[in-house]
Design a protein around this ligand. Structure first.
Ligand code: SAH
Length: 452
């Protein structure tokens, strides 16, 4: 018998799902309840019923778990950013380790050695990238915040705890200046107004800040005064860029950018690789945690000086370049032109000569490289959330590298893809979860595979 809407039930929370919800069972049926912690007894009101499961709202914690902590953010669970602020970081790590282990056991049927999860060096203020949507409040003043989950309703928030205080302050000051110079915020309903997003990036090691205003137009009124005010108050800002997005779309950035101050990118480094960070390229958001991840990748790759390394889904080329000195030749593949351009510049800045970056779909490029007879000793795969496609995996297997290092921000698709590779002559040796996204449900996974 299923629960019914509005019914009150008492539950014991057994664990946390990959969505960050607590899960308990009522007469065998799984009930998902946000804001609950594993090991506690709660009273829950059923909110939504599906065939196999239901969603509930926490009404009362009857016996709190030892891992439960005070929530410290006024918009927690309303802004959609964090899911795990109500449990200790130790428990978060335990849950994430379990999530990855479950995916590999259930989806991948893989029994490789599972190393202990790597915690993030910082658990707050770690994001080097900030994207605030801007809207007018009821008084017509520009305000920043975040869209509520699965909606475009702005939850006003100025001091996100995942973001550096400096970046929060710069975004707040942008709103002050928008008012001062009568620059309107964008309105999604009417498609009128100008500023859609305030987008910031900061080099973790360099401290340099890039400010990008995403606008529904082609220029910023009082632009030079706006920039002068920003630079006077925040000397860290060395680039100010307008990104033009005049489409009626959910996509944040447009393809065209105009530089108002400095260059179109800032400089930083990652694992000693000099990097140029522009507004459009993918760049790991948690630099010190990503550096740890890259060290694991290098450890799993076990490169020799005679080796050829193929880095598929290479972004700005940082993973491959961080291992460049350990091998003979590096080839990177990435689909976003700006990222490929940055990758070339990064290679040039480190005088890396035996390097090639191809701007192409990973599957198409890998198929072509396999046809040309390329035989890399190691292939690094770091696909987006949806994982690798069949063409990519087939071409990888055809090139027959000794080792494959699979990196992924989605353990479910990683487990699926690793299982496919395991069916085609590879064996998974080690699995390492690495936390790049503390306080959120997200987790990074890295797997070492070798050819049998
Ligand atoms: N390895 C990089 C980037 C990983 S994120 C780093 O550590 O920084 C995944 C990258 O894959 C993104 O840069 C994205 O633009 C790229 N990408 C997405 N789909 C792709 C495809 N079909 N072919 C090639 N690259 C793709």
């Amino acid at each position: 018998m299923s629960v019914t809407k509005n019914q009150m039930v008492e539950l014991f929370i057994e664990g946390i799902t990959s969505e960050g919800n607590g899960v308990g069972r009522y007469q065998g049926q799984a009930i998902f309840v946000p804001l609950t912690a594993p090991g506690e007894r709660v009273q829950v009101q059923i909110a939504k019923v599906a065939k196999q499961y239901a969603y509930g709202i926490l009404r009362q914690v009857l016996e709190p778990a030892a891992c439960r902590i005070e929530q410290d953010c006024p918009v927690y669970r309303r802004c959609g950013g964090c899911q795990l602020r109500h449990i200790t970081y130790e428990e978060e790590l335990r849950q994430k380790q379990q999530m990855v282990a479950d995916c590999f056991a259930r989806i991948g049927k893989i029994t490789a050695e599972m190393l202990p999860i790597l915690p993030s060096p910082q658990t707050e203020h770690y994001r080097n990238k900030v994207q605030f949507p801007v809207q007018e409040d009821s008084q017509g003043k520009p305000q920043i915040g975040f869209f509520a989950p699965r909606s475009h309703r702005l939850v006003a928030a100025q001091n996100c705890l995942l973001q550096p205080t400096l970046l929060n302050e710069i975004a707040q000051y942008c709103c002050v200046l928008m008012e001062k110079y009568h620059i309107p915020a964008y309105n999604e309903q009417t498609h009128k107004g100008l500023v859609r997003h305030i987008y910031l990036r900061q080099g973790y090691h360099s401290g340099q800040v890039l400010l990008c205003l995403v606008i529904n137009g082609t220029n910023l009124p009082s632009g030079s005064k706006f920039c002068a005010d920003i630079q006077q108050k925040f000397p860290e800002v060395c680039s100010i860029v307008l990104n033009i997005n005049q489409q009626k779309t959910n996509v944040i950035t447009g393809t065209k950018s105009v530089c108002l101050v400095g260059k179109e990118y800032i400089q930083d480094n990652m694992c000693e690789v000099p990097v140029q960070i522009g507004p459009l390229s993918f760049y790991q958001v948690n630099t010190p945690a990503a550096e740890q991840l890259y060290h694991v990748a290098a450890d799993f790759a076990q490169l020799k000086p005679t080796d050829v390394l193929l880095d598929l889904y290479c972004g700005m080329g940082t993973i491959g370049l961080s291992m460049y000195h350990q091998c003979k030749q590096l080839i990177g593949v990435e689909v976003i032109p700006e990222a490929v351009e940055s990758a070339w510049n990064n290679a040039k800045a480190m005088n890396a000569e035996n390097v090639r970056f191809l701007c192409a779909d990973a599957g198409t490029a890998a198929t072509q490289l396999a046809k040309e007879g390329l035989q890399p000793s190691v292939i690094v795969l770091d696909p987006p959330r949806k994982g690798c496609d069949e063409a990519t995996l087939n071409a990888v297997v055809e090139m027959a590298p000794e080792r494959i290092v699979m990196i992924s921000c989605n353990p479910a698709t990683a487990a699926r893809d690793v299982a496919i590779l395991c069916g085609k002559g590879y064996v998974a040796q080690k699995i390492q979860a690495a936390d790049l996204f503390p306080r959120t449900k997200h987790i990074e996974t890295i797997v070492q595979l070798s050819r049998v």
